[in-house]
Design a protein around this ligand. Sequence first.
Ligand SMILES: [Zn+2]
Length: 113
Amino acid sequence: MLGKTWLSSTGQDWKLRLGLVVFGVSAASLVTAVAIGERSDVGFGLGMFVFALLFMVAFVWINVAIRCPFCGARIIWLILRTRSHHDSLYSAFHSLTSCPMCKRGFEKPSYSP
Ligand SMILES: [Zn+2]
């Protein structure tokens, strides 16, 4: 799905996949809420609640669970918070080669978590 990235090098790509699945379920809840909104106010409210809850859970999960294997820094959160939006997503999920906090590389052959 993502190819060879720092997430797969550090064995954390499953965390991103899990977060994306929860984002997908969240989006499905939004679509369902809108679809049944004309027939049921309770259904609409419940669907929107599930959408918002799962969206927040997925966002927090991705930002908290993905960490530097060396220093434990929350790398995704750190990058999204400190870099410009032009390159932050690409850097956070694809092009990163070392931890922005401790500067240790993820691509070294001798890598061990
Ligand atoms: Zn680090």
